[in-house]
Design a binder for this molecule. Sequence first.
Ligand code: SAM
Length: 244
Amino acid sequence: MAKTTPRLFVDQPLAEGREVTLAPEQSHYLGTVLRSAPGDAVDVFNSQDGAFLAHVAEAAKKKMVLRVERLTSAVTPPPDIDYLFAPLKHSRLDYLVQKATELGARRLRPVITARTIAERVNLDRMRANVVEAAEQCNLVFVPEVLEPVSLNAALREWDKTRALIYCDEVADKIGPLDGLAKVKLPAAILVGPEGGFTVEERAMLKALPYVTAISLGPRIMRADTAAVAVLALVQAALGDWRKP
Ligand code: SAM
């Protein structure tokens, strides 16, 4: 069976003719798990330089050196859409982060709201999930994972040129596409915690001129489901799912 070419995110400058030494865990993965040997092909990419075809130059258990040969794709950043979400418990947060990456969020930011359960967020774990999703989905871009912030602080510092689309399960039941019709990129999406937003948070959000509340229909979805639903809607209405 033909060997598939491994694909790795390399957080170092990449350029034709350059040699890069992989991080220990990536060397272990290539050398020990995949048993890659000198001459084997590896696809590498990052969010600054693009994607390249590389070959294994040196292979040792803990140290793999790759020779970068040819640019295969320029960086392809997704539309300027930030994804803000109340953190969830581990496995569901992993899922949410992977899906937000696959669906083309450009930045991910945990937002602590009044009813947020999981206040402590493991950013390294989130970043690992984002990289894994980008590697598996042939993205030539890795969304940035920003530090958690409270909802109040996020709104205090808000860049008013960025629209904020917030998913509100008690919003007027006008079709979400109608709600999105008046929104332009750059934008951010906000999904609440399992307990939903408080009345005070809703009032604070609704009072802001750059905020659009949308309903995702009559059924209350779990937050990670709402994440997938709203990202799909926004990509279809405002993003790169539309005909160019
Ligand atoms: N506790 C809330 C309740 O019981 O009314 C439900 C919160 S829901 C599980 C988590 C988040 O997903 C909500 O804060 C909202 O942002 C989003 N969400 C879920 N279903 C939605 C819907 N039908 N319309 C808009 N947003 C929805």
